[in-house]
Write a protein that binds this ligand. Sequence first.
Ligand code: PLP
Length: 395
Amino acid sequence: MTTVYMDNNATSQVAPEVLEAMLPYFHDLYGNPSSAHTFGGQVAHNIREAREQVADLLGAASPEEIIFTSCGSESDNTAIMSALHTEEGKNHIVTSRVEHPAVKVLYGHLGKNGYSATEIPVDKEGRLDMDRYKESLSQDTAIVSLMWANNETGAIFPVEEAAQLTKSRDILFHTDAVQSAGKIPIDLKNSSIDMLSISGHKLHAPKGVGVLYVRKGTRYAPFLIGGHQEHGRRGGTENVASIIGLGKACELAGKHMKDENTRVRALRDKLEQGILARVPSSRVNGGGSERLPNTSNISFESVEGEAILLLMDEFGICASSGSACTSGSLQPSHVLRAMGVPFTMAHGSIRFSLSIYNTEEEVDFVIEKVPPIIQKLRDLSPFWKPEGQVCASGT
Ligand code: PLP
């Protein structure tokens, strides 16, 4: 059975070119970049090149603004914890209701430890309530952390506009760009964003490497304290091969951005339209907002997302129900609940997330297989009436 992989927001395939770039660092080029000898120095030089490749994708003014970390979660935690150190005396922090747990759970934790955390609501399409956002900013606000694009729905927040509002108030602004990097253009040179997180495994680099961008001049305190690596901004011997891989992946992402926004977007739209046309009582969550080109979150009335996943798995189709990072719990996703998606719809939501490696044949295959799966589950559902009416008890 072949695999039809449409779960790229959970993790993505390492690009063959990335793997090839990494391999020498496991055998020939194994020196420590901090060593004084030429053997290690060569590796330090190659890390500098990777830093430039990342800076290019993000449109950063200087490669020195790039700090390599172990993952997106570490980058998010570092940015937020840094602000709490540097903005001593300020006890208010702002975020949205639909963040990834790497931010949401940290804010919840901080909220129980002396900070007052404001979570800005979103509307039914997943759009940020900008009026509430503006009202939330105060002299006591240490940091705003807002995701650039949502991992479940692909909905894009106006982070630049939000960042500009913090600038005049001297509030630090961080964005979690883990899902947007490589999919939509980012130009940090001409931006008010102070800090930004990305993660290697979402853009065809390996797992276990990430980046925190910190704008030159931004007040900053390291989270991982140790050696002088990353100019003292993140201790720990560098994950060299993965850093080289991430550099290469960023270079490729820049080249593939057009394909992502034309061909991949067209495939995503075909997938959505094909499924919606064949399955009654289905809808796209966040379809009315500006969205990432690769992401589609579709709800099917009165069926269970986990059951859909299991039946799709029999055909080799990989997707997610709710957020991959929170699956394992059968609670409807916090993102869909924040958007006010009705209970019977939120439970039956599937996220398809495509990449440049998907083909039209795969999309046709999914369009062919999904509708009978939903029909089969609805035939078994006590909440589904044959004529398409939902039982009252299903709300
Ligand atoms: N932020 C977002 C929006 C994500 O989607 C994810 C992973 O799914 C993360 C952060 C965490 O990244 P990592 O898995 O590299 O820790």
